[in-house]
Design a protein around this ligand. Structure first.
Ligand code: TRP
Length: 336
């Protein structure tokens, strides 16, 4: 029996941090043996806010190298660049014409990003979730594992698929496969180190708010030393009055690979002075091997390019077949 298919992607903008790793990539690694995975770098999404052309390609290589360094294996996964497959842009256009404007205007991420952009909001930023729907539906995935912040975009993807099917195909023979989101509770939302109620984010102006995957041991030590805590002794999960405490314990749990119960017990009587060095040591131990692999891969662009070329070929085959079905359903039937 053919394996079920997984699809997901990350935008190549800025340095990846623990939120990207624990909320997304690590989950892909955990399940990869049981699935046929399609993992990509969303470089078309990366230009929905002002970007630097001189950085775009390198940022894309960096995300690919991070996937590989984090343990994504080419035995199970196809890694590719979104802009290499023109079907993404093409299907996004077709979806544009069946997506009501007000579905996009109520997207939380659009509203948040639009506020930051001021006058300069592009049509692309509004249209971002439609492109994401095309990314997903082209590959007919069974599962789409993403972080909690992408939930609304996945619901929109399902809505677009259902609307398309309803308008342009029969119930017995739908053109588009409606995917299932996979949102992990634990680690789906890694919070800021300076405010336990806000998501850890690339766009937070404070470097101290996040641990980047490539941070040196010294930087990690400094960031954890300065991170926000509270004056209460004894550490616990899930106390709504102690968001930082919950976040730091969750990081420790995920990075040490222990169960929640074990961590709750180990840390129940600890003060921050004892816990912070423990978290520091655990974080450095988890990230060092990833960093070593990452640098080796980045130093071998020839290898990386061969991975992406192979990925492109495999992805294009799947994507183009779905695009053709969608075009035919819409009435594009004149032979080439
Ligand atoms: N919007 C996603 C993010 O910011 C990235 C993304 C683009 C994506 N296309 C996708 C994720 C398709 C999953 C599936 O994280």
């Amino acid at each position: 029996m053919a394996k079920q298919r997984v699809l997901s992607g990350i935008q190549p903008t800025g340095d990846l941090h623990l939120g990207n790793y624990l909320g997304a990539i690590r989950n892909w690694v955990e399940i990869q043996e049981n699935y046929d995975s399609f993992l990509f770098m969303a470089d078309l999404h990366a230009i929905t806010v002002p970007h630097d052309p001189a950085q775009l390609a390198n940022n894309t290589y960096k995300v690919a190298a991070t996937y590989l360094a984090s343990g994504i294996s080419l035995d199970y996964a196809t890694i590719f660049v979104q802009s290499h497959i023109s079907a993404h842009s093409e299907l996004a256009w077709l979806f544009n014409c069946i997506t009501p404007l007000n579905w996009l205007e109520r997207m939380i991420q659009f509203k948040e990003k639009a506020i930051k952009q001021g006058e300069d909001v592009s049509v692309g930023l509004l249209d971002y979730p439609v492109l994401q729907a095309a990314d997903i539906l082209l590959y007919e995935p069974d599962l789409v594992p993403v972080g909690e912040d992408q939930k609304q975009h996945l619901e929109l993807t399902r809505d677009i698929a259902q609307r398309f099917n309803h308008k342009f195909s029969s119930e017995e023979n739908p053109v588009l496969k409606v995917p299932t989101p996979l949102i992990r509770k634990e680690g789906a939302r890694v919070m800021s180190l300076t405010d336990g109620t806000k998501k850890m984010s690339k766009s937070d102006p404070s470097e101290l708010s996040r641990i980047n995957l490539l941070d040196s041991p010294e930087t990690i030590t400094q960031k954890i030393k300065k991170c926000k805590t509270d004056p209460t002794r004894g550490l616990e999960f899930d106390n709504p009055d102690r968001p930082e405490c919950n976040n730091l314990l969750t990081l420790y749990m995920l990075l040490s690979g222990q169960s929640k119960e074990a961590v709750a017990q180990e840390c129940a009587d600890m003060g921050w002075g004892q816990f912070k060095p423990l978290l520091t040591e655990t974080t450095i131990a988890a990230l060092t091997p990833i960093q070593e692999k990452y640098h080796a891969i980045m130093d071998d662009k020839g290898y990386l390019e061969s991975v992406l070329k192979q990925g492109k070929e495999k992805a294009a085959e799947v994507a183009n077949a779905t695009l053709l079905k969608a075009k035919q359903a819409l009435g594009y039937s004149i032979p080439l």
